[in-house]
Ligand binder design. Sequence first.
Ligand SMILES: C[S@@+](CC[C@H](N)C(=O)[O-])C[C@H]1O[C@@H](n2cnc3c(N)ncnc32)[C@H](O)[C@@H]1O
Length: 419
Amino acid sequence: MITKINLLFCFNKYRIMKNKDLKLIREGLAEFYIYTSDNDLIPSKAMNVFYNKRMIINRDISSLAINAYATLFKQDELLIVDSMAASGISAIRMLKECKNIKKIYINDINPEAVKLIDHNIRLNNLDKDFIQIEITNKDANLLFSEIASFKNQKKPNIISIDPFGTPNTYVDSAFKAIQNVNGLMCVTATDTAVLFGVRPNACIRKYLAKPLHTEYCKEVGSRILIYFISRIANINKMGIIPILTIYSGHFIRVFCISYKNRRKITQSFKNFGYILHCNNCGYRYSFKENILKIPKRCPMCYNVECLDYAGPLWVDNMHDTNFLENILLLNKNSKSPNKNRIEKLLTFAIDENEMPISYYNIHKLCQTLKLSSVPKIEAIISKIKEMGYQCSRTHFDFLSIKSDLDLPTIKDVLVGLQK
Ligand SMILES: C[S@@+](CC[C@H](N)C(=O)[O-])C[C@H]1O[C@@H](n2cnc3c(N)ncnc32)[C@H](O)[C@@H]1O
């Protein structure tokens, strides 16, 4: 796959790094150093160079997704921008695990990170390959705007944004830099307290949407992030189709495809909507109409005080089933310790696609109903399907189900199964 290296920027002045200050780590097909003084058990911004073991699954999925993208979207030459690379592990893994890479920008604003990236590239013998590797030490927005200004050069088809916290200030310049048809934008957000409604005003400020701190806040937060990315794409005369939206541990990562077609963009506005939630009885309803038309009284418990809403948010599918099936196939050959978890996450993600927004946590429902035991989720799903309703698992919460059956009847099913 990799045949010869062409390292565009060598940080020779940095190559005096002493190996005794460094600790060797293996991840995927890569090995790399982090600083011995950086405690990778408690990752924080204060590290010399950031590294988080808990994000290995994020990098595993990213490598798989890039290979699936290259195949399904027939991209023979990949130009990748890893705009916030830290130790360079994600980019190095892409170089070792993904096909068709022609050029990669590996960037970080932290000069210490850039020294380590240079060191790690050499450690993996990637400086002897035909792939162009451009290591840069810039603000990501500056890098994106430089790339956007290049004349007569192919634009990158893959951009990865993986910041501390919110990606909100990088998305606009990233869309200016990316290939506007079939580009793959990969955006991570770790400010989950904001997106999940613990800090609602911060969410309105950062993502232009009101969140809800409910049992299904992980889905609401993910849909707000997709909505935000989509609107910023629109400003740049583009639209997006989310092909994989994954929540795991403490991050959300959205993989979406860019397109440039004014009519399609206008049509995509129907993918923006709201969700109504009754804080009294748990009633929920997603809709696309104007927020001013939302009812004051809950249609289920008739309470007038308890209706709340979240949005605007993305109300269409969050994944492309074909894309997920392709990743699942590739995952079968993976040697990652996360292989089984990835399989479970993606199988549930396929399951939840096309299902109504929101989910019900079975353990919480059984607690409310004071049931002495919790029926098996698979039995609940079969029962609801038998009754002629849709029902599925969800990757957002392994103890929850999605269904178009109303909440009181779901409760009846639980009571019935327990008997
Ligand atoms: C969460 S870490 C990235 C982790 C990395 N992608 C990985 O897989 O290990 C965020 C990185 O973004 C860098 N960063 C923060 N602000 C930045 C900016 N404005 N431009 C470029 N890099 C930035 C930080 O120095 C840090 O290394």
